[in-house]
Design a protein around this ligand. Structure first.
Ligand SMILES: *Cc1c(COP(=O)(O)O)cnc(C)c1O
Length: 470
């Protein structure tokens, strides 16, 4: 393009102050602010200027088009980063997707507590200062059989706190088969170092006997620790002492036992054919002195670390200075209390706690839902893709029950008009993103983790993605 033509186009670019007077701008100013809209328009005009100078734009731009672009820019800048997504991965406790969705009653509790003031640390009957732990301690004790309990920020914090209070400067005996690393490089051995306790490893990776523990005990021993091997299993030629025997051995030597349960299930999921996860109650009944577990793994509540056990140890832990630093927030306590209340009626817990509902969904229901989704997707793709319902396996996730696959139904999209990678990418960039997986040349939607209310939304998101891809 000749230089004069470029100069002419540049000269015709509207001034920012004129664009700000346009009715479309006034509408934007109501949603954002004068300064933000002015900045967005200036940015857009300068982008168009660059396009003209580089020769990428050879015709005049309408004011409306400029303002549309400015609006797009504002939307992009101010769209919340933290958004809802549809989980079609089939991983129920997906750490990257926020782990456990909350029960309706937990959401109501959060709203009720957050909107105004609460009796967080006030005893309403005496009018005196109370403890924030009082609200849930009684419930945890009733559900697990523990004498006392407290709640901290997460289970990693719980492990750190228990070790610091009960074993700082002293020895903690751990089996070599349990020196686990959990996601986000949280390692038992590293937390131990951080807490000031001294790790004493006993046994081998696959076998640790009673005598291994017994021989390691001396006057410096503060604890025997059992860590749940949440995210892996050692199978084959293996041995670990049964919990009750380990407890008896430890107590003979006056040493308490601490168990990091990881997930901490309150319901025995074995009766639904899911895994071999010990319940918290079983550990307490076996005589373990202190246990800790997550609030947002199999329990299905908010992110928290629950510490429960014998009153003498819990009392000491509550007084540790670190407890204040790891303190749990009121919204978490509200959600946790509401979730725990559901456990007093197991049927309600299974229906209303989303994690338990998703884990125990019946195959027939999953099949019906997969057929519904498949039908919707066929309508979206018309004849341009092969959409099938196939059998597959979901995962518990969150480092829980690693070998436990749950039979499910998947909707598999094959030979779409675009490559599957492109489609997967587009599904993450629509208004309501859908997280899918690609395996064996198919884009997979596992319906287990898609709530029934989300099926239509999921179809809409796929429609939007296809529209964007043209
Ligand atoms: C998950 C897990 C943790 C960490 O719990 P968070 O609540 O995620 O901090 C600690 N120990 C074990 C064995 C776990 O499985």
């Amino acid at each position: 393009m000749p230089a004069e033509a470029k100069t002419d186009l540049l000269r015709k670019l509207p001034a920012v102050h004129r664009l700000l007077d346009h009715p479309a701008s006034r509408r934007l100013i109501e949603s954002y602010s004068h300064d933000l809209v002015s900045e967005a328009i200036a940015h857009t005009v300068s982008e168009v200027r660059k396009e003209i100078l580089s020769g990428r734009r050879t015709s005049e731009i309408a004011e409306e088009e400029l303002l549309d672009a400015a609006e797009q820019y504002l939307r992009q800048q101010f769209q919340p980063h933290f958004r809802r997504v549809i989980n079609a991965t089939g991983v129920v406790l997906h750490t990257n997707l926020g782990r456990a969705p909350l029960a309706e009653t937990a959401l109501e509790a959060i709203e009720r507590t957050a909107r105004g003031y609460s009796n967080l640390e006030l005893n309403l009957s005496t009018g005196e200062r109370g403890s924030r732990y009082d609200h849930v301690e009684e419930l945890i004790c009733r559900l697990t059989g523990a004498e006392a309990a407290l709640v901290v920020n997460n289970n990693a914090a719980a492990v750190l706190l228990v070790l610091r209070e009960l074993a700082k400067g002293k020895k903690v005996i751990v089996s070599r088969g349990q020196l686990v690393e959990i996601g986000g490089s949280f390692r038992v051995s590293e937390v131990m170092k951080e807490s000031g306790a001294l790790l004493v490893e006993v046994g081998t990776t696959n076998k640790t006997h009673e005598r291994d523990y017994e021989q390691a005990i001396d006057e410096e021993t503060a604890l025997i620790m059992r860590a749940h091997t949440s995210n892996f299993r050692i199978v084959g030629f293996t041995y670990q002492p049964p919990l009750a025997e380990l407890v008896a051995l430890a107590h003979r030597h006056g040493v308490p036992v601490y168990e990091d349960l990881g997930s901490g299930s309150l319901i025995d999921l074995r009766k639904f054919g899911i895994g071999d996860e010990p319940t918290v109650g079983a550990s307490i009944a076996a005589g373990v002195d202190v246990v800790s577990f997550s609030g947002d793994k199999l329990l299905g509540g908010a992110q928290a670390g629950i510490i429960a056990g014998k009153a003498e140890y819990i009392r000491r832990i509550k007084k540790n200075q670190l407890t204040r630093a790891l303190r749990v927030d009121k919204l978490t306590l509200a959600a946790l209390e509401a979730t725990l209340l559901l456990y007093f009626d197991e049927k309600r817990a299974l229906n209303e706690i989303p994690t338990l509902y998703l884990l125990t969904r019946q195959k027939e229901e999953l099949h019906r839902q997969a057929e519904r989704l498949a039908e919707g997707l066929r309508a979206v793709f018309q004849d341009k893709a092969a959409v099938e319902v196939v059998e597959g396996m979901s995962q518990v996730g969150g480092g829980s029950l690693p070998t436990e696959d749950l039979p499910t139904y998947l909707v598999a999209v094959k030979t779409a008009p675009f490559s599957l990678n492109v489609l997967e990418h587009a599904l993450r960039h629509v208004e309501l993103p859908v997280m899918t997986t690609i395996r064996k040349e198919a884009l997979l939607f596992d319906v287990r983790t898609i709530f029934p209310r989300e099926i239509d939304e999921c179809i809409n998101s796929v429609r939007e993605a296809c529209k964007r891809l043209g």
